[in-house]
Design a protein around this ligand. Structure first.
Ligand code: PBG
Length: 330
């Protein structure tokens, strides 16, 4: 039961808002660089910084430039960087073998970062879409996703990422059973300290559009991802998915996208108290950045306000393309 508030003037809420000092004393949440995970796009080549058209300010970086980016992020106090490869279309196949190639772009970047900037945590993505000529996160046959065959491939992919030195593995594929399968494979291979950050409540969202451009998956995708990603109408299902993934061995869980799903963040945090993250996805970034570039909103303030909303909703951290910019301001 909340205490009853006296009538004005016994209670004047404006007393606690009167100055920056008093506002700081009563602030319920804080946002710091330590709350941020920075997703970056990796491409081949040397010395390459290639802008992503639908995400102004975001680039695809060659491995040497990703190492520079990781160093900058570490200097800004950002604890983790998350790698997404842009794969040469010629290496995309139906069997997705590039996904577990020890020398694929993601694994090259992981090794290079761990060698040069050991203090930053490297997170990697488990899903077949960057390597799949069908554009899906799993094997696709006759219009259907093959769940269990995909899980076997995801295990190989996750093991190759752990071998390369990934600290945190993020399965984003939404196949059933992948967390348990990956966890037991990691234990079996001696990777007992590798963290699993499950994309547990990932919705089939229009807000991923710019990301699919960034990793070159837009053109390839056949149909949509509604048979594996969640229906935006559902909320109880998200709780059941998080419960399942925690039981199967996830150390941390994610809600994705972010701002349209703050209610899910709050429910997940309240229900489990587990380390909970939101992914402020590419479309959310593009909306804020696009409006700011048009002079329609104050970009810096909108960015920080959006990031604070995740902390208020109970998240322990946020994956955001704004990470370095936000860290500089914080
Ligand atoms: C796919 C994946 C997606 C994102 C991260 N991993 C896109 C999708 O599910 O189609 C989206 C991230 C973003 O939009 O910023 N495995």
């Amino acid at each position: 039961m909340l205490p009853t508030q006296g009538p004005t003037p016994v209670t004047r809420f404006r007393r606690t808002r009167q100055s920056p000092a008093i506002r700081a004393l009563v602030a319920e949440n804080t946002l710091t660089a330590a709350d941020l995970i920075w997703p970056v796009f990796v491409r081949d080549g040397v010395g390459v910084t290639e802008p992503v058209a639908s995400m102004p300010g975001v680039n695809r970086l060659s491995v040497d430039r990703v190492v520079d980016a990781a160093r900058m992020a570490a200097d800004l106090g950002i604890p983790a960087i998350c790698l997404f490869p842009y794969t040469d279309p010629a290496k995309k196949t139906r069997d997705c073998a590039e996904a577990w190639n020890p020398d694929n772009l993601s694994n090259q970047a992981t090794r290079a970062i761990k060698a040069a900037v050991p203090g930053i945590a490297v997170m990697t993505d488990v899903a077949l879409d960057p390597y799949n000529s069908d554009g899906h996160d799993g094997f696709f046959d006759n219009g259907r996703i093959l769940n269990d065959e995909t899980v076997a491939a995801l295990v190989k992919q996750a093991l190759s990422q752990a071998e390369a030195g990934a600290d945190i593995i993020g399965p984003s594929d939404m196949m059933d059973g992948r967390i348990g399968a990956i966890r037991s494979a990691l234990e079996g291979a001696g990777h007992k300290d590798v963290l699993l950050l499950s994309y547990a409540a990932k919705y089939a969202s229009a807000f991923y559009g710019p990301f699919r451009d960034a990793v070159g998956a837009s053109g390839a995708l056949k149909g949509d991802k509604k048979t594996y990603q969640m229906d935006p109408a559902n909320s109880d299902e998200a709780i059941r998915l998080v419960a399942r993934d925690l039981a199967e061995g996830a150390d941390m869980v994610m809600v994705k996208p972010g701002m349209p799903y703050l209610d899910i963040c709050r429910r997940v945090k309240d229900a489990f108290g587990a380390p909970t993250y939101a992914y402020q996805v590419s479309g959310e970034y593009a909306m804020i950045r696009g409006a700011a570039l048009n002079g329609w909103i104050d970009g810096e303030r909108a960015m920080l306000e959006s990031l604070m909303s995740f902390k208020r909703a109970g998240c322990d951290g946020i994956l955001t393309y704004f990470a370095p910019e936000a860290a500089r301001l914080l």
